[in-house]
Design a protein around this ligand. Structure first.
Ligand SMILES: *Cc1c(COP(=O)(O)O)cnc(C)c1O
Length: 390
């Protein structure tokens, strides 16, 4: 595999497996559960890891290794492991690194299932979590106690598109000797590279923009080699590995990630500007709109504004539901980061089980609509939104 430090666009295309005797141009798919050994000595040296080679596809497989290598090069990470889903990556990362009694400090607005891990499952092992409000980063230090081991956040957040200052998180993690883990799913390594700001590990749901075509589930954790080693050993023994087929697809998806994300972000900015000028809209939140409360931080740490736009309709839950019913072309779906534009109304769907007070703690107002802006022609996207608003 190529090891040269080239531009992200080039690494996403050129860091591929060595060619076989067939001299294929594009990497082949290795659908094999195991690999054979030359002799007894080869087998012994492989199992003691004196030799770095594939043994069994739960440990490594050429296609998953290619995907991991690409994401490491794009994120500026030493090493990584690919998982069947983003949640498998998140669960395995915490489970590998934490002991009973350890403590997590996390942003309050994290992906729903991550929140469930922290509140429902980790307390079973005496692992507790303290949450900080992402709009009040000055309160983070007061959440830390002597048992705190991990500082965790997503930026931009879901679904409110708040931005957290990654340099600040990096400085806090360093001062308190914490492992800083960033879920970089909403930004992708093309838009933002948390390792540059002091993160020790970066997690992805590859299901979203990385695949970008709504075809497969996948996840990755990349970062410092010593931490990844622990995560790898946990995964190797517990079995959340990504299938070679999905790794092969995701590796192809990365070849077009930069051009896709460019267009996603260009379309999203236009959607945000359209909504900001619409009479039925109270406010719009998009990182690269000047009106965004953390616009300066977003500009500092992000190359582009991402593809998620949040806005508040006048008229609360009823207006939100009415807007969704008026949508003709865009999809009503739980996914995001797809070629197809997706519209969701969190208060009546994904976050309907929360009380209004709990929703407000994560900035989900009753009229909040989240749009994952896709790659259809921008005029068609805006026309659909406009007729639904009217
Ligand atoms: C979707 C998502 C996940 C979970 O990923 P899956 O691949 O669905 O398991 C984690 N974090 C964020 C920010 C997500 O959007």
């Amino acid at each position: 595999m190529s090891k040269g430090k080239k531009h992200i666009e080039t690494e996403a295309i050129r860091s591929q497996l060595d060619r076989t005797q067939f001299l294929e141009h594009s990497s082949p798919l290795y659908l094999t559960s195991s690999f054979v050994f030359e002799d007894a000595e080869d087998m012994r040296a492989s199992f003691t890891e004196e030799k770095e080679r594939n043994i069994y596809s739960r440990f490594t497989n050429p296609n998953t290794s290619e995907l991991v290598e690409k994401v490491c090069l794009m994120e500026g990470a030493e090493s990584g492991y690919a998982f069947a889903t983003g949640m498998a990556a998140i669960y395995s990362t915490f489970a590998a690194l934490l002991e009973s009694g350890d403590h997590i400090v996390s942003a309050r607005s994290v992906f729903g299932s991550t929140h469930t891990l922290f509140t429902k499952y980790f307390p079973k092992w005496q692992i507790d979590t303290t949450y900080f409000d992402v709009t009040k980063p000055e309160t983070i230090a007061s959440c830390i106690n002597p048992k705190t081991k991990i500082l965790y956040a997503e930026s931009p957040t879901n679904p409110a598109v708040d931005i957290i200052d990654l340099d600040l998180l990096g400085a806090i993690a360093k001062a308190h000797n914490l492992i800083l883990i960033i879920d970089n799913c909403f930004a992708t390594p093309y838009v933002q590279q948390p390792m540059k700001h002091g993160a020790h590990l970066v997690i992805h749901s590859a299901t979203k923009l990385m695949d970008g075509q709504g075809r497969v589930l996948g996840g990755l954790t990349v970062g410092n080699a010593d931490l990844i080693r622990e995560i790898y050993l946990f995964a190797r023994n517990t079995g959340p590995a990504l299938s070679p087929f999905n790794a092969w697809l995701l590796s192809k998806s990365l070849e077009t990630l930069p051009v896709r994300v460019d267009r996603h972000c260009e379309n999203a900015l236009k959607v945000a500007e359209f909504l900001e000028n619409h009479a039925k809209v109270n406010w719009v939140k998009y990182p690269f709109l000047k009106s965004h409360p953390q616009y300066d931080v977003a500009k500092r740490q992000m190359k582009l504004g991402g593809n998620i736009v949040a806005f508040e309709l006048k008229g609360g839950v009823a207006a939100g539901r009415q807007f969704l019913d008026g949508i003709k072309m865009c999809s009503l779906s739980a996914n995001l980061g797809d070629t197809r534009t997706i519209v969701t109304h969190p208060a009546s769907t994904t976050h309907s089980k929360l009380s209004e007070a709990d929703r407000l703690e994560v900035s989900i107002t009753d009229g909040l609509v989240r749009i994952s802006v896709g790659l259809e022609h921008i005029d068609d996207i805006i026309a659909d939104l406009e007729q639904a608003l009217n």
